[in-house]
Design a protein around this ligand. Structure first.
Ligand code: PRP
Length: 212
């Protein structure tokens, strides 16, 4: 049995569709209930629906064998896991964003609001730019509007949230997408199952690429 941790929500739905399309389905997952564990013994899979930011924690601790997580989370914290495959889903960019009329003052430290503290710190270290971090947990876009920060470091997908709050992308830090990850000992002891799944995923992704 392969234990697969999926991020609850929009990305998880897309990932489940992908897994179902290659034969790892578990139709009970569509039933309207609050269950978090779904099992299909015939297909040899058990899905665990967890908070997106927790997927890598379950994998690192061996509570799940494989899982899908955004590259942003892998960049923000280091986990003792294997990153196996870029699924190309949930594509977006990690960006610095600022008010439309923002002009940077290089004579003082930049005030940066973000929930991605390590990504922001590493980025500004690479630029040799002194910063002051304001750690927030969500709705980051409000910070520069209220003057709490000069800029934000956050994920931009469609750009709609920035636009509707009179902000713009100031700098792109890195592209983000969903990654298949594995627990290190699971990858050793269940390598045949995981490799079989990966091969099917690669074929399906190549097929989708051709059709797009
Ligand atoms: C994310 C991100 C942005 C928004 C970007 O927020 O933090 O706020 O999505 O998407 P867009 O470019 O398509 O508008 P999320 O919905 O995860 O909530 P959060 O505010 O809790 O981070």
């Amino acid at each position: 049995m392969l234990n697969i941790a999926l991020p609850k929500g929009r990305l998880g739905d897309k990932v489940y569709e992908l897994f179902a399309s290659i034969g790892y389905d578990c139709s009970e997952i569509y039933s309207d209930n609050r269950k978090l564990v779904f099992e299909n013994k015939e297909n040899g899979v058990r899905y665990l629906l967890v908070k997106p930011s927790d997927v890598a924690i379950y994998i690192a601790h061996g509570a799940a064998d494989i899982g899908v997580v955004g590259k942003d989370i892998l960049e923000e914290d280091s986990f003792d896991i294997y990153e196996l495959l870029d699924l190309g889903l949930g594509k977006c960019n990690m960006c610095v964003a600022a008010p439309n009329d923002y002009v940077e003052d290089f004579d003082r430290p930049l005030r940066v609001a973000t929930k991605f503290v390590n990504i922001a710190k590493n980025y500004y270290i690479s630029l040799n730019r002194e910063i002051e971090i304001i750690k927030l947990n969500g709705s980051i876009e409000i910070a520069p509007i209220l003057g709490l920060s000069d800029v934000i470091v956050d994920i931009v997908e469609s750009g709609k949230t920035l636009k509707e709050n009179n902000l713009r992308v100031y700098e792109k830090i890195m592209p983000i997408s969903a990654r298949l990850i594995a627990n290190k000992s699971s990858y050793k002891f269940k390598s045949a199952d995981i490799d079989r799944l990966m091969e099917k995923l690669k074929k399906e992704l190549a097929k989708n690429d051709k059709n797009n």
